[in-house]
Design a protein. Structure first.
Ligand code: UDP
Length: 404
């Protein structure tokens, strides 16, 4: 397994005319981290690619605004409703729908050189498409394949289909690459290409905008923590709430929504804030489009995943916004943050450790500044959008060359 991340562009990006024709497949209509990343990749291939979505929503609009051809092939409910921990019965009920969807996708695939599945569900469908249409298939793996997230049947199915039908697995961190291999995936299929994020929207934020945003928070000069990410139990927002009573005067902005149906958890968080007596300091902003501004306006970014975070774009975004980042150790996080050098790492599900880390940064602005500056340099150097695009291009070229 080569887990060396493609962190430095090694060749100039191609112009549209010489670009390969790629059919991207994604299951989501909403914007999660995987969709933001695909938006950047597909925008780069605009003019020679199409994105097929299995659900309609804001992702389609964002792709269209970016000039990317996009089409929605709505998945049958029995397919779209399959969760990562689905039962055998639910999986069996989805089989006919998957095959039906694969036949529809195969008709589109004939016009393209390569199929690019952005995530696990698209890979399962695309495995059959690759066979039907005789096209090479890349799987961009953005999930941690472990029993904490997936049923054993799904782990077996994903790795077996990949081993048989996928030409290359692009893992978004060494941790996801290793989890794939641990689950039975072929080590020779995997290459790590880190996510990359454009610094431009962060540089465009002005001090006037920051001042206005802070005024809108209505918290005066009180310290403000930003907790960015979708609302989901494994993202661990409840642990930050647990820490808040021990951080007097500190406010938290929870920025994100329960985009994949975790509404009950969102409700529980609000109840927890009331029960802990911190409801006036826990602000639930819902899904926001102005992340660079919000990140620039908070005093630090805290990420509290309680399970292995596959990558964690929000960590890099916090670094690009020049904020000290506190994150839980696990998954791809330690590949992004070196503890006490470019941010702080704490154990997952440990509210006391969070209190110490956050309290320490607030008490020592010079140390917070040092971590923020070091983190900023790391984000620019290792997690740039250019590096992501160059890494993806390299894998695409290699897969096509081997297929010919
Ligand atoms: N995000 C957003 N609005 C929100 C919350 C999050 O645009 O209200 C973005 C965030 O900036 C990041 C992405 O959603 O780019 C989340 O990616 P990450 O890798 O952190 O988590 P994932 O959703 O992939 O688990």
């Amino acid at each position: 397994m080569n887990t060396n991340p493609d962190s430095v562009p090694s060749q100039p990006l191609k112009d549209n005319k010489s670009q390969p024709k790629i059919l991207f497949i994604d299951h989501a209509g909403v914007m999660g981290g995987g969709q933001y990343s695909l938006l950047d990749i597909a925008r780069h291939f605009a003019g020679s690619c199409k994105v097929l979505l299995f659900a309609d929503g804001p992702f389609r609009e964002r792709l269209q605004q970016a000039g990317v051809a996009v089409e929605v092939l709505a998945a049958p409910r029995k397919v779209s409703g399959v969760s990562r921990q689905a039962t055998l019965l639910q999986d069996l009920r989805a089989v006919a729908g998957v095959l039906h969807l694969a036949r529809s996708v195969a008709k589109h695939a004939r016009d393209y050189d390569l199929i690019y599945a952005n995530g696990q569900k698209p890979m399962v469908v695309s495995a059959f498409v690759a066979r039907l249409a005789n096209k090479p298939l890349i799987w961009h793996l953005r999930d941690t394949l472990t029993v904490q997230f997936e049923s054993r049947l799904h782990l077996w199915l994903a790795t077996t289909l990949a081993n048989c039908f996928v030409a290359r697995v692009i893992a978004n961190s060494k941790a996801t690459a290793e989890a794939f291999v641990q689950s039975g995936g072929r080590a020779d299929l995997v290459q790590t290409v880190y996510n990359g994020i454009s610094v431009a929207p962060f540089r465009a934020v002005t001090s006037e905008q920051v001042a206005a945003a802070r005024q809108q928070f209505g918290v005066g000069s009180a310290p403000v923590i930003g907790a960015f990410g979708r609302i989901a139990p494994w993202k661990g927002q409840h642990v930050l709430l647990e820490a808040l009573p021990q951080l007097p005067g500190v406010h938290v902005l929870f920025v994100g929504d329960a985009i994949f149906g975790e509404d009950a958890y969102g409700k529980k968080l609000r109840e927890q804030a009331v029960a802990l007596g911190v409801a006036d300091r826990a602000h639930f902003l819902g899904f926001r489009q102005d992340i660079p501004l919000l990140m620039s306006a908070v005093d630090m970014v805290v990420h509290t995943a309680v399970e292995a975070e596959p990558f964690g774009r929000v960590l890099v975004e916090g670094m690009l916004a020049r904020k000290p980042v506190v994150a839980t150790r696990g998954g791809g996080t330690p590949e992004i943050i070196e503890n006490d050098v470019s941010g702080l790492l704490v154990p997952p599900s440990d509210a006391k450790a969070l209190v110490v880390a956050i309290g320490g940064l607030l008490a020592n602005p010079a140390s917070a500044q040092r971590l923020a500056e070091a983190g900023h340099a790391v984000a620019l150097q290792r997690f740039s959008l250019e590096a992501l695009l160059a890494g993806v291009m390299r894998q695409v070229d290699d897969v096509l060359a081997r297929h010919r």
